[in-house]
Design a protein. Structure first.
Lengths: 170, 155
């Protein structure tokens, strides 16, 4: 997949008292993701073209995608398509990139959410609310061993905007 | 067109009171804010200054102080002539209880078009607030070398 025409819409950087390798493992393993990502299980086939899936606790597919770039433990780019009927048709694919760098004794993790077309602030409110919660909890898991229990619901303005576009949401 | 501003949200396992103290006490700030003192009496209209390793880097005035919920101050970088000519920007911290956690939202806004300081601000706050979160949750701030931030002139 050619990703040259994707433009960053959301960038979030967080520093973690950990190593790039441990951050990579936390981002790509179900064992970790269930702790910090609302019980969701990340299943990543870590090679270019491999499948990237996020499952809900009942086993159904919530996010489906493909590994686009894979340079362990520095850079992982995946398509991140939420499995709501009509979403990809209307919004196009969502591209997520994790960049991980050593920063002294810490690891610097930068999340970039990119799109191939302009996306409204209403739709982007989902990622702008969600990523800080997910990555704050991931940081806590790696630093203290305990995730944060962050109660999150999709922003109403996002759900309303999706509904207006004819995209089915739960 | 998006406004020239920087917004950062983080969730911290602490109390609003402890987070307020960490944002307004030099004893705390020196540990997570690259050895910077936060100087003010935190009353509306009072002066505010950041003093890094003994050098005043930024100054401002307290606009709002509602402990432990909301703090805002004007913000002007003063380490070089060009920065001193820019009109001040504005920093707002919002502290909200979120279940057993605290949600911290930082908004740094009011940048004039072309203010070059926004880029450095956007690289600095994630490091400062990540280290603040670590300090409050684990008792240990992060040891991030300034060069890791990628800010020109901050090494």
């Amino acid at each position: 997949m050619n990703i040259d025409h994707f433009k960053p819409a959301i960038v979030y950087t967080i520093y973690i008292a950990s190593t790039p390798e441990k951050v990579w493992t936390a981002l790509t393993s179900a064992e970790f993701s269930r702790k910090y990502f609302s019980g969701l299980a990340v299943e990543a086939e870590l090679k270019v073209g491999g499948a990237f899936i996020v499952r809900t606790p009942d086993g159904s597919v919530h996010i489906a995608g493909e590994v686009i770039e894979c340079d362990r433990p520095r850079k992982l780019t995946i398509t991140w398509n939420v499995n709501w009927p009509g979403l990809v048709e209307m919004l196009g694919p969502t591209l997520v990139t994790y960049e991980i760098e050593q920063a002294g004794e810490a690891a610097k993790l930068t999340l970039i959410q990119a799109h191939d077309r302009p996306i409204s602030d209403d739709i982007l409110s989902g990622g702008r609310a969600g990523w800080p919660a997910i990555l704050s909890s991931l940081k806590s898991v790696l630093e203290t061993g305990s995730p944060l229990v962050i109660k999150m619901e999709p922003p109403r303005r996002m759900l309303a905007a999706l509904k207006q576009m004819g995209i089915a949401t739960p | 067109m998006s406004k020239p501003e920087f917004v950062y949200i983080t969730y911290i396992e602490t109390t609003p009171e402890k987070l307020w103290e960490a944002l307004t006490s030099s004893e705390f700030s020196r540990r997570y804010w690259f050895n910077t003192d936060v100087k003010s009496d935190w009353k509306v209209g009072s002066p505010f200054a950041l003093v890094m390793n003994g050098t005043t880097t930024d100054v401002g005035e307290i606009l709002e102080a509602d402990p432990p919920r909301r703090l805002s101050y004007t913000f002007q970088h003063v380490t070089n002539e060009e920065a001193r000519k820019q009109p001040p920007s504005k920093v707002v911290f919002t502290i909200e209880p979120h279940g057993k956690l605290v949600k911290l939202t930082l908004t740094h806004e009011g940048f004039a078009e072309g203010n070059k300081h926004l880029d450095g601000i956007s690289k600095g706050w994630p490091a400062i607030l990540s280290s603040l979160k670590s300090l409050l949750e684990s008792g240990t701030a992060l040891a991030i070398p300034p060069s890791a931030l990628g800010i020109e002139g901050f090494e």
